[in-house]
Design a protein around this ligand. Structure first.
Ligand SMILES: [Mg+2]
Length: 131
C-alpha cells in the first residue's frame, strides 16, 4: 500500500470525521501502544496459548452481542447492550498482543494479506460500483 493511498480518506470511514483524525493510528502505532501498556506490568506478555485463550474470550463476547442483536437469543432483562465497536477493539487489542509477543509486524502482514486477496480473489466476487 502506498502512503498516498493510506492518507486518502474514503467516505464514511472514521478518518473522514474531523474530530477523529487526530486519533488515527496505524497498526504499528497500535502495536506500540499495546506494548507500552503491557510493558507497564511485571507480568509482561502472557504465553502464546494464554493470549489465544483471551482472544477466544473476546471473540465470544462479540459473538454473544451479535447473537443477541441478530440471532434468536434474547438478552436477560437486566443485561445492557454492549458497544459493538469496543468489542471489536477488544479483539484487536488481544490480536495485537499476540503479534507483539510473536514479533509480527502487522502493518507488513496486513499489506501482504490484502495483496493475497487482490490476487487470489480478484475474479471471485461481482464487481461493485467502485471497481
Ligand atoms: Mg470484549
Amino acid at each position: 500500500m502506498s502512503g498516498d493511498a493510506r492518507d486518502r480518506p474514503a467516505e464514511g470511514r472514521p478518518q473522514d470525521r474531523p474530530d477523529e483524525r487526530e486519533a488515527r493510528l496505524t497498526l504499528r502505532d497500535a502495536q506500540a501502544a499495546v506494548d507500552a501498556w503491557i510493558g507497564r506490568f511485571e507480568e509482561g506478555y502472557w504465553p502464546p496459548l494464554s493470549i489465544l485463550a483471551r482472544l477466544t474470550e473476546e471473540v465470544g463476547e462479540l459473538a454473544r452481542e451479535l447473537n443477541h442483536r441478530y440471532g434468536p437469543k434474547p438478552k436477560k432483562p437486566d443485561e445492557p447492550e454492549q458497544d459493538l465497536a469496543l468489542e471489536l477493539a477488544d479483539i484487536l487489542f488481544v490480536l495485537v498482543a499476540i503479534a507483539n509477543e510473536q514479533g509480527v509486524d502487522l502493518d507488513d502482514a496486513f499489506a501482504r494479506v490484502l495483496e493475497k486477496y487482490e490476487v487470489r480473489d480478484a475474479d471471485r466476487w461481482t464487481p461493485g460500483h467502485e471497481s
